[in-house]
Ligand binder design. Structure first.
Ligand SMILES: Cc1ncc(COP(=O)(O)O)c(C=O)c1O
Length: 362
């Protein structure tokens, strides 16, 4: 009976993939189409324009790539950097760890700033590294805005401030996979050079689209970056943009129609209202955790995430047992603790198209 879901709907509260609103499901329920017909380029053109709003950018260039967050990472790195380039990367949990693994395997020279899991990026160490780097050896700072494994949000405005203070030209590459469209994110204002997310997170779509946005400076870097790339090469997209065909290879047209429907919902509610809703639901979740007598894995309020809460369980309990029991008994999916915090935390995802009762809005 282990695979029996039980009666009633499944209550999906993992921090991605998240619930897909009915409106979006219906928009995707269609046959395949010729992506070279006039309809798909016209749809893509509006999506490329509108998607900029979720990054809060007017100057960025977006890429809608058939991939996941992991591919979006690779796109950000290989288009802007060359093998051997020095980068500074923060390690604060499982997803930053995986990104660092990718950075190393792509042959970058990674200087890791590590924090205890449950803490945010150590910006004092970043400041001292940049102060010492007067010859500008560091080419990029890689940071996960919201570490989904520990429910910790980093302060990107503060990262920008440090770079400006030392007049350091390093690029800022941001993983916004569990933040963009859920948390306050301002690409232009914070001077982010590449920001990325995945369709299955706060956009409330199926998995399969990596969304990457590059600043003019990042596009400039892509002209000289020597990392080997083919599938992720921004240049092939830019050529197709010029021709207004938009695609260097076959897109998932279902995801394009889904993205249209998802953006329409977000714009109808208003992006700032969407972000305020995430903050309200997150606060309610934290109050519930407190009322249960349990602790947040994020050690300080300034790091509390509004898209996922990682809940520490008492040492005599195994958090995976709680996750398993919730699934079997209540048809409720909670997130497991990952790697260093396996067995120690369970995670409640509160991102995407949710309301106070935990239901998809429409
Ligand atoms: C912050 C963060 N970055 C990257 C990823 C990897 O994304 P994907 O599993 O879509 O490749 C995830 C996945 O949960 C994530 O939460």
């Amino acid at each position: 009976m282990d695979n029996f879901y039980g009666p009633g709907r499944n209550h999906l509260f993992v921090p991605g993939p998240v619930n897909i609103p009915e409106h979006v499901i219906r928009a995707m329920n269609r046959n395949n189409e010729d992506y070279r017909s006039p309809a798909i380029p016209a749809l893509t053109k509006t999506l490329l324009e509108d998607i900029k709003q979720i990054f809060k950018t007017t100057t960025g260039t977006p890429f809608l790539i058939p991939t996941t967050g992991t591919g979006a990472w690779e796109s950000a790195l290989t288009n802007t950097l060359s093998p051997g380039d020095q980068i500074v990367s923060f390690l604060i949990g499982q997803f930053s760890l995986l990104w660092i693994d990718q950075q190393r395997r792509l042959n970058f020279n990674v200087d890791v700033i590590e924090s205890e899991w449950g803490q945010g990026a150590n910006l004092e160490v970043l400041a001292s590294k940049l102060a010492a780097d007067t010859v500008h050896t560091v080419k990029a700072i890689c940071i996960v805005h919201n570490e989904t494994a520990t429910g910790v949000t980093n302060n990107l405005a503060a990262v920008r401030k440090i770079l400006d203070h030392y007049r350091h030209p390093a690029l800022i590459l941001v993983d916004g996979v569990s933040s963009i469209c859920a948390l306050d994110f301002r690409m232009d204002e914070w001077g982010i050079d590449v920001a990325l997310t995945g369709s299955q997170k706060a956009l409330s779509l199926p998995t399969g689209m990596g969304i990457v946005c590059a600043s003019p400076k990042a596009l400039g870097a892509s002209k000289t970056a020597k990392s080997v790339r083919f599938f992720f090469d921004w240049n092939d997209y830019l050529k197709a943009y010029k021709l207004e065909t938009y695609w260097p290879y076959t897109p998932s047209i279902h995801l394009l129609y889904g993205l249209r429907a998802s953006l329409d919902l977000i714009f109808e509610e208003g992006l700032d209202n969407v972000i305020a809703r995430h903050s309200r639901l997150a606060k309610a979740t934290r109050l519930a955790v407190e009322a249960w007598g349990l602790k947040n894995c994020a050690q300080k309020e300034e790091w509390h995430s509004n898209s996922v809460t990682a809940v520490l369980v008492p040492p005599n309990l195994d958090s995976s047992e709680i996750v398993s029991r919730a699934w079997k008994r209540y048809n409720l999916s909670l997130g497991l603790g990952l790697n260093k915090v396996a067995g120690k935390v369970f995670r409640i995802g509160h991102l995407g198209n949710l309301n106070e009762r935990g239901h998809s809005i429409m």
